[in-house]
Design a protein around this ligand. Structure first.
Ligand code: BGC
Length: 755
């Protein structure tokens, strides 16, 4: 491997002990970083500081912008916005004096119950890969290292550290790997391995997927880091291609660091479990066993001395870490560093800026999906409203776990609406506050002191009172939510507690009832026909109130489209327990490539709301569409026929020809473009088509194929609302070009395999 001579020289100067020090986590003396690799002072190598996570920078006891969840970002169907979002995340990370952001989450949404779906983008590989790439490019543009995670097939939190995902090569290549490959192509400096096994091998030891595919085929030159306590054998991990073991400290040390100023680091940390220091069972089941984690600090030097890990492998591990540090400016000498702004300095001026606040609002607004509307929305400015819901006094910042954020400023729905409304606003909670899970507080042994809502949890249910408030209003807006967390999946897709009853009680009294759903992913909505409008508002972050008010009143057109299918839970392929949560420790991915809408399109089951669905306050006519396959684009002209400005997400799907003996999805998303179209105007949109949508991966591992025959390009508003279909025979030149370009992306031109 040709390494920068400078990096090679540094590696040569390091002692064995110093090399090992650069391959594992240690205690951050400042107690701020989520992960900390101690530097080597003697050679001017600074420490490397890593912070969680996808919804904003998390530092114990500090605040930063609490951005909307990635699933809300993906719902914008706007890759440029994703790039901007990544830049802001990177800027805040640097602003906090951290070098690495442990984001984005790049796992495909396979299981609707997954407790971390809000941290991921989509059920479709083209949408997910586009967003993963754009966010990574944005983060890295700020000289911050992005860490797409969790490589690969971390599709569930139930038994996430123990489950073996049994997956064939074809779905791996077509669905689960593309987001990571795109993140690597976009310049990610590191990749985090998943806790789970894939086909019988732990991902932190996975020679084939880490060493051969990620580093070999894709030419990834950065470092591969384990998920926290995710490694087992040192030699297996190092030889399999893992470069950095995390966190490198004990669970107790980590818990007390996470407790921040609120706990005495010398004390045993107390959770809600049966014994002091134990986590509640549900969370504990999703956690890796820190006892079985073999730490590089304890055993890598011996493994190298005994020859179990070749020294050149250790050198490669270190060179990868140093190479990434160099790329983000951490290895520049003092003088150059100071002249160009020391990247190790904190700069609070880059955190929570007006521009980031505005961006957080814009993404939350633009990602909101109008699922149903019988005309009640947008609201008249002077409408008298009933704002109903157990949690209307707090913004939904996110789910539980490593992505939990603390904003500097926030608006709850009640305040956001009251500020915008010109009519009366009456508020009714109807139910006790729906308690969210703070895995971090549980983990750190802190009690949730209910500071957000001093009276909410003990409140008596009062559905009648809520219904009476709704009766008096022109429109009732009911806010409902799910709860989700890392380490635990959702039990079902219904709204928790008595929120469905609350909706029905309000809808019975007011036929202009609007439901705003704040959820981590798909929910079941058996009440949907009883209400006048439904908005999916995800986990919108700190600007919850402002963002939802601007959609409700139509200040912004709802540009959001569903990045995941909504359906009853028994209609998903994962309703089979062999597939999810798995039987005898194995989750069989034998639905193959039929995940998400690919499944619903090939079965009799109808989705409640299909992939790509989302209504607008305007109306559109698809005027014409002109494919230019040589350039891989379709030019689409769309007219906004309404008398109000709108935002359309133009979607292009490919319907491949059928081939005997090959199961193929009915359609696959090939490209999308979000565009603002003023009232009465036309927009011409060039939609780039992704090669992936035209090709299939041979079942027997014989690589990519683009079948001959007639293809349909379906252009429209969702996977089920096709407005124009173009039929075309792909010429052999085009087919060969697509095949070659996919193959080239998987066969790095230089031999960058690990040694
Ligand atoms: C999560 C990662 C996270 C890490 C550090 C793990 O439990 O799975 O996503 O980055 O903790 O907090």
């Amino acid at each position: 491997m040709s390494r920068e001579p400078r990096i090679r020289r540094i590696v040569e100067e390091l002692s064995l002990e110093e090399k090992v020090r650069l391959t594992h986590g240690a205690n951050d003396p400042e107690g701020r970083a989520t992960g900390y690799v101690a530097g080597v002072d003697r050679l001017g190598i600074p420490p490397l500081r890593m912070a969680d996570g996808p919804l904003g920078v998390r530092i114990p006891d500090e605040s930063a912008t609490a951005f909307p969840a990635p699933i809300a970002l993906a719902a914008t169907f706007d890759a440029e916005l994703a790039r901007e979002h990544g830049e802001a995340l990177g800027r805040e990370t640097r602003g906090k004096g951290q070098d690495v952001l442990l984001a984005p989450g790049a796992n495909l949404v396979r299981v609707p119950h997954n407790g971390r779906n809000f941290e991921y983008f989509a059920e479709d590989p083209v949408l997910s890969a586009t967003f993963a790439g754009a966010v990574v490019a944005g983060i890295q543009s700020q000289d911050v290292v992005a860490t797409p995670k969790h490589y690969v097939a971390n599709s569930q939190e139930t038994a996430r550290a123990a489950v073996d995902a049994e997956i064939d090569e074809r779905p791996l290549r077509e669905l689960y790997l593309p987001s990571f490959r795109s993140a690597v192509e976009a310049g990610a400096g590191s990749v985090m391995t998943a806790y789970n096994d894939v086909n019988g091998t732990r991902m932190s030891d996975h020679e084939r997927l880490v060493r051969d595919v990620l580093k070999g085929e894709w030419g990834f030159e950065g470092y591969v880091v384990s998920d926290w306590f995710g490694t087992e054998g040192t030699a297996a991990a190092a030889n399999g291609g893992l470069d950095v073991e995390m966190p490198g400290i004990t669970m107790a040390e980590m818990q007390s660091a996470m407790a921040g100023d609120d706990a005495d680091a010398s004390e045993t940390v107390d959770g809600d479990g049966d014994e002091p220091g134990e986590l509640p069972d549900a969370i504990a089941e999703g956690m890796p066993d820190p006892e079985s984690c073999e730490r590089f600090a304890d055993s890598l030097a011996d493994a190298v001395e005994s020859g179990a890990v070749p020294e050149e492998r250790l050198d490669d591990m270190v060179a990868r870490v140093l190479g990434v540090m160099d790329r983000v400016g951490l290895l520049e000498d003092d003088e150059t560093r100071h002249a160009s702004g020391d990247p190790t300095d904190s700069d609070d001026g880059a955190v929570d800026t007006p521009a980031h606040r505005e961006l957080a609002t814009r993404v939350a607004t633009r990602g909101t999906v109008l699922l149903e509307n019988d005309g009640v929305l947008p609201l008249a400015d002077d409408a008298d409203l009933a704002v109903v819901g157990p949690n209307v006094d707090e913004p939904v910042l996110g789910g539980g776990g490593s992505s939990e954020t603390t904003p500097v400023v926030e608006t709850d729905p009640r305040t956001g609406i009251a500020e915008r409304a010109e009519g009366e606003v009456a508020v009714a909670h109807g139910l006790p506050r729906v308690e969210e899970v703070s895995m971090l507080e549980e983990f750190a042994g802190l009690d949730d002191d209910d500071e957000n809502d001093p009276d909410g949890s003990g409140r008596e249910p009062d559905l009648e009172g809520a219904a009476a408030t709704a009766r008096e209003a022109d429109v009732a807006v009911v806010f409902v939510r799910d709860t989700a967390s890392e380490a635990i999946d959702r039990e079902d897709l219904r709204l928790p507690d008595r929120q469905e009853e609350l909706i029905e009680a309000v809808a019975a009294e007011n036929d202009r009832t609007v439901v705003v759903v704040n959820s981590s992913g798909p929910i079941e909505a058996p009440w949907r026909e009883d209400v006048a409008a439904v908005l999916e508002n995800w986990y919108p972050g700190q600007s919850h109130g402002n963002a939802v008010a601007s959609i409700l009143y139509g200040d912004v057109d709802p540009g959001g489209r569903l990045p995941v299918t909504f359906a009853p839970e028994d209609a998903y392929p994962t309703a089979d327990e062999r597939r999810y949560p798995g039987v005898d420790g194995t989750a069989r991915y034998d639905e193959g490539v039929f995940v998400g809408y690919r499944h619903f399109d090939s079965t009799e089951r109808e989705p409640t709301y299909p992939f790509g669905h989302g209504r607008s306050y305007a109306d559109y006519e698809y005027v014409d569409a002109d494919p230019d396959l040589e350039d891989g684009v379709v030019r689409v002209t769309v007219e906004n026929t309404a008398d109000r400005d709108g935002r359309e997400a133009v979607q292009v799907y490919v319907r491949p020809p059928s081939v005997d003996g090959v199961d193929r999805p009915v359609r696959e998303l090939a490209g999308f473009e979000s565009v603002a179209i003023p009232a009465g105007e036309r927009a011409s949109v060039a939609v780039d088509l992704e090669d992936l949508a035209f090709a299939r991966y041979g079942e027997d591992g014989d690589g990519w194929t683009v079948d001959p025959g007639e293809y349909a390009l379906e252009i429209g508003r969702s996977s089920r609302d096709v407005r124009t279909t173009l039929r075309t025979e792909l010429d052999s030149e085009f087919r060969e070009r697509v095949r070659e370009s996919l193959a080239a992306r998987e066969s790095s031109s230089t031999d960058r395999r690990v040694r």
